[in-house]
Structure formats: C-alpha cells, structure tokens
Ligand binder design. Sequence first.
Ligand code: KIV
Length: 271
Amino acid sequence: MSVNKEIKRITVHILQAMKKRGEKISMLTAYDYSMARILDEAGTDVLLVGDSASNVMAGHETTLPITLNEMIYHASSVVRAVKRALVVVDLPFGSYQGNSRIALESTIRIMKEAGAHAVKLEGGVEIEDSIKRILSAGVPVMGHLGLTPQSIYKFGTYTVRAKEEAEATKLKTDALALQEMGCFAIVLEKIPAKLAKEVSESLYIPTIGIGGGPHTDGQVLVTHDMLGITKDFQPRFLRRYLELFDTIKDATKQYINDVKTGDFPNETEQY
Ligand code: KIV
C-alpha cells in the first residue's frame, strides 16, 4: 500500500482512523533536521524523537543519560523539518517517573520549546498519575510497554519480554489501563508476536510494534538501524534497507584519496 497523499497532516485521530480501516501505521525515529526532512517527504506517518538518540547520536550505552535539554534540542530540529508527520517525543529517564508535577513540567517544556505534537512515556499503571496529569493539559500521550529500555538495569538484558504468563498478564492489564487513561497509541517492544496480536485486537487505539511481529497496527524501527548506519546491532526483528555505514565509509575513502592526490577540487570545482 502506498502513502496516503490525501492526508495533509497526521493527527492522533487520523492514526486511530487508520487502525479502524486496517491501514498500517509507519513510524521511524528522527533526531535531526536533515534526516527528518527525508523521512517526512517519503511519507512516514509518525516521527519519534526517541531517547535512543542517547545511543545513536551520543554514543551512550543506554538511554538513561540523555537529558531533557538534549531531547528538546533534537525535537526542535525535527519539528522544523516536518510538514506531514506527527512528531512524538520521548520523555527522558528521570523527567517523569514518580512525580506527576515534574512530568507535566517536562512535557510543557517539550511542547513549548520544541513544538512537538505528543509525548511518549515508558510504563503502565505505575506512571498513571503522570500520564493523567499530562493528558489533563491537553497533550496527547503514547504509551510504551514490553521492553522498556529506561528500565534496563531492572531487566538486566535486552531479551524478549513477557514470555512468562505473569508478565504477559501484567502487560495486557497495562495496555488496557493506558487506553482507559486516554493514551492515543502504545508502542509494544520486543514481545512475542502472539501476545502483540492479542493486545492489538483487544484495543481500539493503535499499537506500534518493534520486534512484536506483524499483527500490531503499525511498525517502528530506529532509522539508523534500518539504514545500516549502525553496524553492530543485528536483532532478529531488524530489516536493513541499506548498508549506509559501508557506503559512507567508501565515499569518505574516495574523498580522502581525491584530496591527497590533488584530484579534488578540479577546474570546474573552483572560482
Ligand atoms: O527511543 C526509541 O527509539 C524508542 C523506539 C525503539 C520505540 O523508544
């Protein structure tokens, strides 16, 4: 199915209508202006300014170190590039957990200073107060269940979540609770496809999967993984559409060679 050109600007209501009519939702991460322009022009429905910027852009091992100021910088660059996509911004670790007033203050900064359209928070019923307070200010909230990387030190590994019945049951309860609270969509990360299907079918709001199989209402990938800019990360769920690490490296080697040999710049590449 090609991009729906009738849609001028994606809203949370359009995403819910897409679920209703069985149209899959495409979501990718974006952290900077130039890449966001390309992804938006291609017709990506949702651009997520993910806290994966902590890994991909800053080289940290986890998503925990990225700050609210850094997220606002990335988000404002993305928002300036976008004409059609809905821009969702991750609330970073420490900017919402355990204190709904801080959660609202963080959200207001993201909405005012970056011009974002919605925020995403990791977790279920334990962050209900924060979600409700953000929603009461009129800001759309996307949930995130399953593998929630901000809790990596609690999990211990990045392996598939909710394989055991108790965790699967909690995830199903959390998904319904997030819907009940008023979230407009939920990311389901790295859970069994069967569970993702069951959860997606139990909700009227869309689910966006990453490593959750084909039955979620949409899919998301980290753009740098999808384009092969990152090289060492090869989980089973990832499909690489390019090998840009090697392409860019080869082009760079060619440039270096041209500089060293005096081939660049030539007669037409000067004033
Ligand atoms: O930060 C991120 O990129 C994410 C996606 C993997 C869903 O949360």
